[in-house]
Design a protein around this ligand. Structure first.
Ligand SMILES: Nc1nc2c(ncn2[C@@H]2O[C@H](COP(=O)(O)OP(=O)(O)OP(=O)(O)O)[C@@H](O)[C@H]2O)c(=O)[nH]1
Ligand SMILES: [Mg+2]
Length: 333
């Protein structure tokens, strides 16, 4: 009988060590890749293609089951509506990783920010899967909108879908199984069903891969650095034309045109951020450059890295790897 890995959902096999799902013995519950991630923190990249993901979304659409759509607050989707192209079920939007943002930011403000995008979700819940914040509120919301026993958990890779299910299991069930989580994209490789109790089965899914996320273009050793482990301390810079800000060894923002301004940088505390004279500073000038006109109180978002809130109107040049997505939005904070 086919046996699937309890960590990532892949079909287990004991024949080819180079292929997904390998385990030394089919007696084991998890594959070797999950074993190494769980026990040694050794990360192994797996590439999923999005067609499989879209197929999963379409199959959910054929059911009437409730869907939890998880997003990472630090990396909000530019197009949060996209999910509606595939899924017409009831959806609860879950804003995860609340613990990475300053405490002073009110939950209501975050929800209102999303509501202003004119979205079509049953409800919005702000949580931290890792720090176990607001999970009780989420469970009550699930109960309120549940249409059947099964509830799907979907979203981009790395937003914390498996972490959320682990926290729910830990809080509310005797189930000792735990899903594999990691800072790498595509940790979960297949659908995994987990019974929380007699009335609720959670279904973890592989995430949609966002090719514009910086995680795909950095050295693995930097992975842990770019993911905030603790609350971000925003770095505030009073800045004038002719100066630039360099973030880690990854991105640079030149202030090209405008009055005195302030740039507030929201990235992982482990990344070094520094202000320089733009003419004298030669750092990262070889990266792809995009020019933006930023309006009053807007953010520059660098996909996977964080965002920079800019107070006044400005013209800026953003330098980052050419594959990494950047865009301007109304300030979230
Ligand atoms: N700070 C913080 N980090 C979190 C939270 N939830 C998850 N993470 C981290 O985010 C990363 C991804 O978590 P996963 O649970 O593997 O994400 P996923 O959505 O299941 O990812 P895929 O399986 O690749 O689709 C891990 O490094 C987690 O530790 C949270 O609430 N706060
Ligand atoms: Mg996962």
């Amino acid at each position: 009988m086919d046996k699937y890995c309890k960590g990532c959902g892949i079909l287990l096999q004991d024949e080819n060590a180079l292929q997904e799902g390998y385990t030394t013995s089919l007696e084991n519950d998890i594959c070797q890749r999950c074993f190494r991630m769980k026990n040694y923190g050794e990360f192994q990249v797996s590439t999923k293609n999005n067609e499989e993901y879209i197929e999963i979304l379409k199959s959910i659409n054929e059911t009437k089951d409730l869907v939890l759509y998880i997003v990472d607050l630090l990396n909000l989707d530019q197009d949060i509506h996209f999910i509606r192209e595939y899924i017409h079920n009831k959806i609860v939007l879950v804003l995860n990783k609340r613990d990475t943002l300053p405490k002073s930011i009110k939950e209501e403000k975050l929800k209102q920010y999303i509501k202003n995008m004119d979205v079509d979700f049953e409800d919005i819940v702000v949580i931290s899967a890792e720090k176990n914040e607001n999970i009780d509120v989420l469970l009550n919301t699930i109960k309120k909108y549940q249409t059947s026993k099964r509830v799907y958990v979907v979203g981009h890779t790395n937003v914390g879908k498996s972490s959320l299910i682990n926290t729910l299991i830990k809080n509310y069930s005797d189930n000792t199984n735990s899903l594999t989580i990691s800072p790498l994209p595509s940790t979960t490789l297949n659908k995994i069903e987990i019974d929380l109790n007699d009335t609720l089965t959670l279904i973890d899914t592989p995430g949609l891969v966002d090719r514009e996320n910086i995680v795909h273009y950095i050295d693995l050793s930097l992975l842990k650095k770019i993911h905030p482990k603790s609350r971000i301390k925003p770095k505030v810079y009073q800045i004038k034309k002719g100066q630039c800000i360099v973030i880690g060894n990854l991105a640079r923002i030149d202030y090209v045109e405008g009055e005195r301004n302030s740039f507030v940088v929201y990235v992982s505390n482990s990344l070094k951020v520094k202000r320089y004279n733009a003419t004298r500073c030669k750092l990262l000038k070889d990266l792809a450059k995009t020019n933006y006109e930023v309006g009053y109180q807007e953010d520059i978002v660098i996909n996977g890295l964080g965002f920079i809130k800019i107070t006044e109107k400005a013209k800026v040049d953003v330098y980052v790897d050419k594959n990494v997505g950047t865009y301007i939005r109304k300030s979230m904070i």
